[in-house]
Design a protein around this ligand. Sequence first.
Ligand code: HSE
Length: 436
Amino acid sequence: MRVGICGLGTVGGGTFDVLTRNAQEISRRAGRSIEVTAVAVRSSKPQFDLSGVRVVSDIFAVADDPDIEVVVELIGGYDTARELVLRAIDNGKHIVTANKALIAVHGNEIFTRAREKGVMVGFEAAVAGGIPIIKAIREGLSANRIEWIAGIINGTGNFILSEMREKQRDFQEVLAEAQELGYAEADPTFDVEGIDAAHKLTILASIAFGIPLQFDRTYTEGISAISQLDVQYAEELGYRIKHLGITRRTDKGIQLRVHPTLIPEHCLIANVHGVMNAVLVHSDAVGSTLYYGPGAGAEPTASAVVADIIDVARNATVEPERRVPHLAFHPNTLSDAPVVGMEDITCGYYLRVQVEDRTGVLARISSVLGERGINIEGIIQKDVAASDADSGWVPVVLMTGEVTERDMNGAIQALEALPEVAGQIVRIRVETLDAI
Ligand code: HSE
């Protein structure tokens, strides 16, 4: 099977290496040999032995190459990638992509076009790097009604939070290291502001619940406001801060949210460190299953890309209607369940409040929360650090019971209006994930 690769960066290079190194094993699995016959690269000097491969600088030349059956899109980004993929589909080529932004934002259009043309679009590498999570949900769990998914799905973010906790390292310094290691997005704000995780969560929710891709409805909050102080207080309370993507089926609709989250330290996914990703899936028949592995990097991501190429080799001759549907459910059965607004979600909260150090302040705070039916489940009042001793302000950390985000917003507004409270209250959501 003849393959053209567009983009020979971190993932493209890894894909080329894996296809070359494991060529024999791969052809035994695929039933035929897989050959890279063309690559499109921006730089004129790729660091690979490309003898026998047509090297071009125009990605569209690969999409138009009549010799190629599969176009592997590894250029990233939204617009040019969309144009490239649609053109290749129009030319009757199968697509394999690692581009989560492309699938989350343009996937509905791309899959419709692919169906019209009878071609496959593989996107295993788009979510959780080397973990075969798309295959697990779309095929392995297809007997189940999936209830919720919670995942650490951005390696860079998890690497940063892990280093902040374990080594008290500086946020920017760790981010620079993640970029050097090839984990981070071209624009690293996608990692630290949660956009990359939101792309991936959007895809997971669609294949779990059979809903169209709805990236614009996904609540997205990153880790850039997480301070060393909160990492330490969470630890003292027996929790870890993880950046989670959470999607859940509820009576009101589907929750789609990405945000920093306190989870009990004994949870398995609280112990997922560094660039590793983990996705916890709760379903009715099997219960909870957990998928763990490297979420970024050249060869882990290439592992998923190459698996998709092998899937194309195996299934290209299968009737299009008999193949695994792109979004796991047959397109005419997709659900129109609404996405739940953030104010309607319910969870516990960690609040860090800067208060005046005098008698009666804690009573004022607990009465504001009590009036709204919000239970205080834990509280720590920190000793005043020597440097702050004269300021008369001290941090108080509260853990609340479960409450709707709407009620918590009201409570925070009321607390911030108290003269005894200074500045903005830090709020981090708390989930127990059924303590798995
Ligand atoms: N920037 C992404 C991450 C790469 O850090 O997880 C893998 O999608």
